[in-house]
Design a protein around this ligand. Structure first.
Ligand SMILES: [Zn+2]
Length: 321
């Protein structure tokens, strides 16, 4: 486990505990303000609990303790109702009932609670995510694309890209369950692939869908490193995150057969588990087939598994000049 991230997850759990104690105090204060008689009643209840603990420790049987406790509870609830407050006004507030926000469970052998592990996994995933990008659907500017007709076509690059943009936005709005889970962007560089990849990531973030955005080069480096050091946590995040965006496939160095094998294992696993994956590449489809073998390309080019979107036209960076 990544000890830095684990420390942070435990700290977040303690922060949550602290925040909930503050809420409890506020609830208590509010009740006393609305109904001052409660101060005495709650105090009596505390004393009664103390009394019963002390007498239990000294082996004695406290007198009428249940009857007295019942009476006190009934009086407290009556006052709460009269003040228009719920009966659980004085109850402890927990974000996680399992560990009462302590982060640990188990009486004899303490173990990390599920809530800490969930926080830990989220932190790990976030460490792969990019910061806020201005490349969003909202900021999309169609004017960067030429509005002249593409030779041999009845559409301009601008109108074509508007359709592509809308397709991507619809996909992002259906995450994590779009009809077709995977997309392959292909075409030369400078046609807006990375922009739309980032727009999808930002929309996923807005909608609370966890994602990892990574270049193919850095992805395969991480997979390779994890493979040789058997660091499985890193791989787990890449295999299981709901949305994985891989930019620039085809620029990473091929490492004998290992790269292709690892990439196939990842794609195959994610596709079969129904996780969403978007891959962008500057390669043409025939080059993709040659470089990554039939096994990978047949999955990427199966329309039931993966939508292919071609990017066409002129390089927008050259056009800007
Ligand atoms: Zn917990």
């Amino acid at each position: 486990m990544n000890s830095e991230k684990l420390k942070q997850a435990l700290q977040e759990t303690r922060d949550e505990q602290h925040k909930n104690r503050q809420i409890e105090l506020k609830n208590e204060q509010l009740a006393y303000e609305k109904c001052p008689a409660l101060v005495q009643l709650v105090n009596d209840r505390r004393n009664l609990i103390r009394e019963s603990v002390i007498s239990a420790l000294s082996g004695g049987v406290p007198e009428n303790i249940e009857i007295r406790m019942d009476e006190l509870n009934r009086s407290i609830n009556k006052e709460l109702r009269a003040a228009g407050l719920p009966e659980n006004q004085f109850e402890a507030v927990y974000t996680c009932e399992l560990c009462a926000d302590t982060g640990y469970v188990g009486r004899h052998k303490k173990e990390l609670c599920k809530c800490v592990l969930t926080r830990y996994r989220k932190l790990l995933t976030e460490s792969y995510s990019m910061g806020d990008s201005h490349e969003t659907f909202e900021n999309y500017d169609e004017k960067v694309f030429s509005d002249e007709l593409i030779p041999g076509s009845r559409a301009s690059q601008r109108s074509y890209m508007n359709v592509v943009r809308n397709t991507c936005e619809q996909y992002a709005d259906l995450l994590p369950r779009p009809a077709v889970k995977n997309i392959l962007f292909y075409g030369k560089s400078g046609l807006g692939k990375t922009y739309l990849l980032n727009s999808i990531a930002m929309r996923a973030k807005e909608r609370g869908v966890a994602y990892i955005s990574i270049t193919a080069n850095s992805l395969l480096n991480r997979i390779r490193k994890a493979y040789f050091s058997s660091e499985e946590t890193e791989l787990n995040a890449i295999y299981n995150v709901p949305l994985l965006l891989i930019d620039d496939l085809g620029t990473e160095p091929l490492w004998e057969n290992i790269t292709v094998e690892q990439l196939f294992a990842l794609i195959n696993d994610r596709f079969s588990k129904g996780k969403c994956t978007i891959i962008s590449t500057n390669l043409m489809l025939t080059e993709l087939q040659q470089r990554y073998t039939e096994r990978i390309s047949s999955r990427l080019l199966d329309p039931r598994l993966c939508k292919t979107i071609q990017f066409i036209g002129d390089d927008i960076r050259k056009r800007a000049l």
